[in-house]
Design a protein around this ligand. Structure first.
Ligand SMILES: Cc1cc2nc3c(=O)[nH]c(=O)nc-3n(C[C@H](O)[C@H](O)[C@H](O)COP(=O)(O)OP(=O)(O)OC[C@H]3O[C@@H](n4cnc5c(N)ncnc54)[C@H](O)[C@@H]3O)c2cc1C
Length: 401
């Protein structure tokens, strides 16, 4: 495989890069060293996403259809093919530019475009694009995580509505969300995959309670969400009743395909290498030889991760759906991210734990916080064990039991 850009791809890359150089708001640039985008718009409030500087950035992107580059043009996107999206993601990560997408743009919108009625698209797509409506994903429950098809939240038809009772957990950004796309059980007697429906639920409806969960990194990124007799209009069901599982797999495909590039992680590593050069005393303290060897190992891994993500993208470009290949990529990059965070902590020691005060590294508290924050990456979006199961069974053809 030739990993170099074709002429056309190279000119697209320059177009994206020039655009960022020229248009990315100065206020969002961090001291000229953009080491990876933040937050991806997943858990910002509507105000934070649509007010102030983000409003300007959003409308700059919108003027090119770049809020939702993957969506077809007729729905307000840019209709980019997989390779162009990938290059765009790479350049955004390279630049450290913030994305304004979130769950609505990345996962729910594309699912709605495939499975929604014209009325549903008209009602929900504009709010996703202009950022006025924030979405969250209500799949996991206390007894349904890796095995999402075990969801027990019930939706019972009552006239023109469904009445929803139950609980979701680990719902990222629920405290800011206006709407949730969610799976609920509509037929408890059917085999588990065949008794689930897919709904759009108003988070401001009576009976919805959101309780933030504080992670050990000190932030409340996800939540418990409780439903007590929440009425969801039947017109907010996506697809047929009891076929929700199969629509959910479309959403999952979009989640997998948004794996994007390994650039963000490589940028963290570049930051560590620079730190090692700028602070030889600290690095020596941590054991010069072992730090140098570890940095070299991590660098090789970052290149491997890049090749893996290229493989996923080249399959998508050829119209194939990456399966164990996407699992391999997710597993490797998330575990690599943890190794880099651990190395960062080892190298920066107490210095890296400081979360306030002057100094580029200290002020960010980057490595201390990064170390604990990285733990969740091998759980979110499918745990490492589940990825290994997929690789073993679908990649290596090993038996399930
Ligand atoms: C940062 C973060 C954000 C999240 N955001 C969301 C969100 O927005 N919306 C949402 O719906 N969910 C979200 N989740 C939930 C996430 O999808 C689940 O945590 C994940 O799927 C694992 O499910 P679980 O926590 O119930 O663990 P379980 O499935 O109970 O697993 C417990 C342990 O058993 C192992 N295990 C389970 N099954 C098997 C098996 N078959 N073979 C081998 N080992 C197995 C797992 O690997 C794990 O180690 C988020 C999670 C995190 C960490």
């Amino acid at each position: 495989m030739d990993f170099n850009d074709t002429n056309e791809e190279a000119s697209w890359r320059s177009e994206v890069r020039d655009f960022l150089e020229k248009e990315y708001p100065q206020e969002l640039r961090r001291g000229g060293r953009n080491e990876g985008g933040e937050g991806e718009g997943l858990f910002r409030s509507r105000e934070a996403n649509t007010g102030g500087i983000m409003k300007r950035w959003r409308s700059t992107l919108a003027s090119r259809g770049w809020v939702a580059p993957a969506w077809p043009k007729e729905y307000g996107g840019a209709g980019l093919d997989t390779k162009r999206q990938f290059i765009m993601n790479e350049e955004f990560a390279e630049f450290g530019a913030q994305n304004v997408g979130g769950f609505g743009v990345m996962m729910f919108g594309p699912t709605l475009i495939v499975h929604g009625t014209d009325e549903q698209k008209k009602e929900h797509l504009p709010g996703i694009l202009n950022g006025e409506v924030q979405w969250c994903q209500g799949w996991s429950e206390p007894n349904a995580g890796s095995d999402v098809a075990s969801v027990q939240t019930r939706a019972v038809r009552d006239g023109d509505d469904y009445v929803v009772n139950g609980q979701k957990i680990w719902t990222t950004g629920a405290q800011f969300a206006d709407m949730m796309y969610m799976l609920a059980r509509t037929d408890p007697d059917a085999p588990k995959h065949r008794g689930i429906s897919y709904f759009m639920l108003d988070m401001h409806a009576p009976g919805v309670t959101v309780r933030p969960l504080i992670t050990m990194a000190g932030s409340a990124t996800f939540n418990e969400v409780f439903f007590e007799n929440v009425r969801v209009p039947a017109r907010n069901r996506l697809g047929e009743e009891n076929r929700g599982w199969y629509i959910g797999t479309t959403t999952l495909d979009f989640e997998r395909s948004s794996i994007g590039s390994a650039v963000g992680i490589r940028k963290q590593l570049e930051g560590l290498i620079r730190f090692a050069k700028e602070h030889p005393a600290v690095t020596v303290g941590a054991g010069k030889q072992s730090v140098q060897a570890a940095l070299a190992d991590r660098w090789i891994e970052a290149l491997v991760a890049k090749m893996m993500s290229y493989r996923v993208v080249s399959m998508q470009s050829a119209g194939l759906i990456p399966n164990h290949e996407a699992s391999m990529c997710k597993l490797f990059t998330s575990e690599m991210g943890q190794r880099i965070a651990a190395l960062g902590l080892k190298m920066t020691g107490l210095y890296g734990m400081v979360t306030g005060g002057p100094g580029e590294y200290a002020a960010a508290g980057r490595y201390g916080v990064g170390y604990v924050a990285a733990v969740s990456s091998t759980i979110a979006g499918g745990t490492s064990e589940i990825q290994r199961n997929i690789m073993a069974q679908r990649g290596l053809g090993l038996p399930r039991d």
